[in-house]
Design a binder for this molecule. Structure first.
Ligand code: NAD
Ligand code: DAU
Length: 352
């Protein structure tokens, strides 16, 4: 049997696929459109692995997806494929509607058609796991309790609205057609292979290159950080043990203001790679115009996942951020390839 992983060449998808082969011998078919965010280099260590099959393609291509499901007798689909960057969704929401909503719809239909035709045992065991975000719940005030699974959906950006729509489609395909679905809503991830348009990898690389570390607004917006490998272990746990039709919040109880995050990573860089001129990386912090509609605070209550499925994160922010910085320092080739591509052009446009 085989798992189909969509968006497998992206940040979390590639970490999930790499971790999967440490935990399991089951085959993976990786499907990815290789947009600006998809990077096959993330999966290059699997080039000689006969259990891994990479296919370039769109989750919205029903013919391709149906063919892959049948050919590989897929027993589960894990859907990471999405446009994922909030800032890009503000400047151009079209791709977000196309992939996150319309693409998920087509994927659900391809999967439903395959699932309807398989034998009863296989049908019972089949799973469609949809990977989503805490941003669907909207924004919290300082004293609000963390998001639980019963919070209403109040998305504020084109990105989070498109993810909320996809979550609703997944839910509807379960209630209407009985498709065996699971949904996870996770907080901010960080770790290896993170594309440097997002706060943490952007600031690590800008710091090392002597560039400004852009802080939107006052830098007091709070995110709840989870090391990517902990997100991957949560998804495996939900895939194995989750109750069909349920949603599970995933988070690491690591709320931090953006300014604090950037100051922590600067101090670790000061220790691991001190600047030759003796100044501190923190001196590169630069306050820039705020993100329109910027959500003030996210925080995840992961009690359901911990109590019902026995999952716990392994990393604290302090251990995870150190591992992440060490990874970026040790993987110069990956960094150089990413920085010399589309990322560079886009960031130049944004911060010109
Ligand atoms: P990413 O942007 O790094 O990767 C997305 C991948 O999807 C890329 O490889 C891209 O090529 C691929 N893709 C895009 N459109 C596609 C399409 N139409 N067909 C097939 N592949 C396509 O994103 P990420 O940070 O790895 O996020 C993965 C998923 O997890 C997303 O659904 C995102 O909403 C969700 N999520 C992310 C975070 C986070 O902090 N990064 C947190 C919670 C949830
Ligand atoms: O909460 C989960 C979400 O986390 C995921 O669903 C998204 O896919 C993922 O991109 C992430 O969204 P954020 O918008 O929170 O991540 P980002 O790294 O873009 O920004 C983190 C915070 O840092 C946010 O408050 C905006 C701020 N920021 C970001 C950038 C890129 C800055 O202050 N400066 C920056 O240059």
């Amino acid at each position: 049997m085989t798992i189909l992983v969509t968006g497998a060449a992206g940040f979390i998808g590639s970490n999930f696929v790499l971790d999967w082969f440490v935990q399991s011998k089951e085959d993976i078919v990786s499907l990815d459109l290789l947009t600006y965010a998809g990077n096959l280099e993330n999966l290059s260590s699997l080039n000689a692995n006969p259990h891994h099959h990479f296919i370039k393609g769109n989750i919205g291509d029903r013919e391709l997806v149906s063919q892959l499901l049948q050919k590989h007798q897929v027993r589960a689909v894990v859907n990471f494929a999405a446009e994922s960057h909030v800032d890009r969704s503000i400047h151009g929401p079209g791709d977000f509607i196309e992939t996150n909503i319309v693409g998920t719809y087509h994927l659900l239909e391809s999967v439903r058609s395959y699932w309807s035709d398989i034998d009863e045992q296989h049908k019972k065991d089949f799973r469609f796991l949809h990977v989503s975000t805490d941003e669907v719940y909207g924004s919290l005030n300082k004293t609000d309790p963390a998001f639980s699974e019963t919070n209403p959906y109040e998305p504020n950006s084109p990105y989070s609205a498109s993810k909320a729509a996809s979550d609703h489609l997944v839910r509807a395909w379960h209630h209407t057609y009985g498709l065996p679905v699971l949904t996870t809503n996770c907080s901010n991830n960080y770790g290896p292979y993170h594309f440097p348009e997002k706060l943490i990898p952007l600031c690590i690389l800008n710091a090392l290159n002597g560039k400004p570390l852009p802080i939107y607004g006052d830098g007091q917006q709070v995110r709840d950080w989870l090391y990517v490998k902990d997100h991957c272990s949560a998804i495996r746990r939900v895939l194995d043990k989750g109750q069909l039709g349920e949603t599970y919040n995933v988070g690491g109880w690591n709320e931090k203001a953006n300014l604090e995050v950037v100051k922590i990573l600067c101090s670790i860089l000061d220790e691991l790679k001190p600047k030759s001129d003796g100044t501190k990386y923190e001196s590169q912090i630069t306050y820039v115009k705020d993100r329109p509609g910027h959500d003030r605070r996210y925080a995840i209550d992961a009690t359901k996942l911990e109590k019902e499925l026995g999952w716990k994160p392994e990393e604290t922010f302090e251990t995870g951020i150190r591992k992440t910085i060490e990874w970026y320092l040790a993987n110069e080739t990956w960094v150089n390839h990413v920085v010399s591509g589309d990322y560079k052009n886009w960031v130049q446009k944004q911060y010109a």
